[in-house]
Design a protein around this ligand. Structure first.
Ligand SMILES: [Zn+2]
Length: 177
């Protein structure tokens, strides 16, 4: 059986601050009843009694929540990957997609050097840091994130609130394994 993840990734938090940021967020989500601790794993949570407050109500009505709808805290320098959903990001200006090879090389450099490279559009010349090329099926490098496995779609309000609590710049990835 395949799994889908909604991954919220913070781009501007270094390894030194990541544990404080994610710890504070996890504590708050537990206090609000959105998630509940998984007693077998400190880095994972299960849906809490108020989980339905932060998801699309129609999906929640159809699908409901299951104990295996894990929420995972992602900590440490890593590539956050869309896996089977991968697509190179489209240009924010002219919509032309980056060449996949060029994109993957940039991600590898970002991961290896921990310095975020820039990408230039071959169509219109738009030029920006890799993390500014927003795309739900792309890849990003970061030190902190939170992933919701097989949850109904999270609401835009919750995504924005959670993302901005992680980092000034944050991205959503839909990952499929
Ligand atoms: Zn362009």
């Amino acid at each position: 059986m395949s799994d889908s993840w909604q991954m919220i990734v913070g781009l501007d938090v270094g390894a030194d601050r990541a544990i404080d940021v994610i710890g504070t967020l996890a504590h708050d989500l537990c206090a609000r009843g959105i998630v509940a601790p998984d007693t077998t794993n400190d880095w994972e949570f299960v849906p809490g009694p108020r989980a339905a407050d932060v998801v699309d109500p129609e999906w929640a009505a159809i699908q409901g929540f299951r104990p295996n709808n894990v929420v995972r805290l992602d900590l440490g320098h890593q590539v956050f990957a869309s896996n089977g959903n991968y697509e190179p990001p489209p240009c924010p200006t002219c919509d032309r997609a980056v060449e996949p090879d060029e994109h993957i090389r940039g991600i590898e450099r970002w991961w290896a050097t921990r310095i975020e490279p820039s990408l230039q559009c071959n169509g219109c010349g738009y030029h920006a840091a890799m993390g500014d090329w927003a795309h739900h099926f792309s890849l990003y490098v970061g030190c902190v994130g939170i992933s919701f496995m097989n949850w109904p779609p999270l609401t835009d309000v919750f995504l924005t609130e959670t993302g901005t609590r992680l980092s000034q710049r944050w991205r959503l990835i839909h990952s499929h394994i």
